[in-house]
Design a protein around this ligand. Structure first.
Ligand code: SF4
Length: 355
């Protein structure tokens, strides 16, 4: 697809009646009138992270006795078992980037018989596939190609938010203590996942200090990767949320208009991918995003909270159904891997068998 930076900046800077014009244009890009979601359980395997982003409430101090250094196998499999009983199909595994660089996490890993957190994750994914109907989707920060290759064997899809391509933000409160947020490293991970044919979810974090030009560059970078690799199933447009106690507590949140413009640009640029705005962060205005072309609600859990945004509970499914159908769209459950990637090129035998 060929769309210039100037065109994307024009959408991202629209005002007045240009905004409904682009909303309508974006909405017409929808491939059908279906809105999907994945019924999941959210498993924060460790809240330790080597990064320290200015907007994060997930990361916990490893020295604090209340910190979740490591969820133990019994605890993980108990939640997954409950998910199985409730008809969930996605096990969303996440932990802070390179959590096992911390000696306390390493010690906890040794207690459960594993040398690294990725070996432990592999074991948990295998258990999930062997014993339940759930399919693993892992979201772990930047990874080496060999690590992605290993995890592909036991994952239906994986994810990493690009967030931004702005090197400048590496020097601001948002990312100054987060080496893993270096855009070059994140782009490399997403490209490597493409080379390995791993169905992938990525996206942007809006309102962390990026300019409109930088936002356009980030969207176009993902487009460039997708044109070459074709493995991206979904683009998430997530809004920065100010929360008490974070370093960016006083930083302004993006306006609704900013979110609409960005969703419109994403929909127009990515007719071949799902576009999602997290519904729990935007429930009151979620219908506006459906009218701008979003076609997915992401992972919704009947059992576990959003551990990244614990203050924002998932909406009830009946509420999502009602606000989706109110606009004439159909709500449909999907797997953590989009239908077009369900084949042996993208999935291992064990994942395909489970599906
Ligand atoms: S990388 Fe993720 S978990 Fe780690 S500090 Fe940043 S937002 Fe938090």
């Amino acid at each position: 697809m060929s769309i210039s930076k100037k065109d994307v900046v024009a959408i991202l800077s629209a005002d007045g009646d240009q905004i409904p014009f682009f909303m309508e244009k974006a909405c017409h890009q929808r491939s059908n009138n279906t809105v999907t979601y994945s019924k999941n359980v959210f498993l924060p395997i460790s809240n330790v992270c080597r990064n320290d982003c200015g907007y994060c409430t997930f990361r916990q101090n490893p020295q604090d006795p209340k910190t979740n250094l490591l969820m133990y196998p019994e605890e993980v499999m108990k939640i997954i078992g409950h998910g199985h009983d409730r008809g969930c199909r996605e096990a969303l595994f996440t932990f802070g980037e390179h959590a096992d660089e911390n000696p306390l996490v390493l010690e906890a890993l040794k207690k459960v018989g594993h040398e690294t957190i990725l070996d432990y994750l592999y074991f948990l994914c295998e258990e999930t596939l062997n014993k339940t109907n759930l399919l693993p989707h892992s979201n772990l920060g930047i990874l080496e190609k060999s690590e992605l290759k290993m995890l592909k064997e036991v994952n239906a899809s994986m994810g990493l938010m690009l967030e931004t391509t702005s090197e400048r933000i590496m020097k601001t409160v948002a990312h100054q203590h987060s080496p893993g947020k270096d855009p070059k490293k994140r782009i490399k991970t997403i490209k490597n996942a493409g080379k390995l044919k791993i169905p992938f979810t990525t996206g942007l974090l809006i309102g962390i200090g990026e300019t409109v030009e930088e936002r356009a560059e980030a969207l176009l970078e993902i487009r460039k990767i997708q044109d070459k690799q074709g493995h991206i199933q979904e683009i998430i447009i997530q809004n920065f949320c100010s929360k008490p106690g974070i370093a960016m507590e006083d930083h302004p949140e993006p306006s609704l208009a900013d979110m609409i413009r960005t969703v419109a640009a994403a929909r127009i640029l990515f007719p071949d991918c799902g576009v999602q705005v997290p519904p729990n962060l935007n429930l009151e205005v979620a219908q506006i995003f459906l009218l701008t072309g979003t076609d997915d609600w992401g992972g919704i859990s009947p059992l576990t909270p959003d551990h990244v945004n614990p203050e924002a509970p998932w909406p009830e499914l009946k509420e999502l159904k009602s606000l989706t159908e109110d606009l004439g769209f159909k709500l449909r459950e999907r797997l953590p891997v989009y239908d077009k990637f369900i084949n042996s090129q993208y999935l291992s035998d064990v994942v395909l068998e489970n599906i």
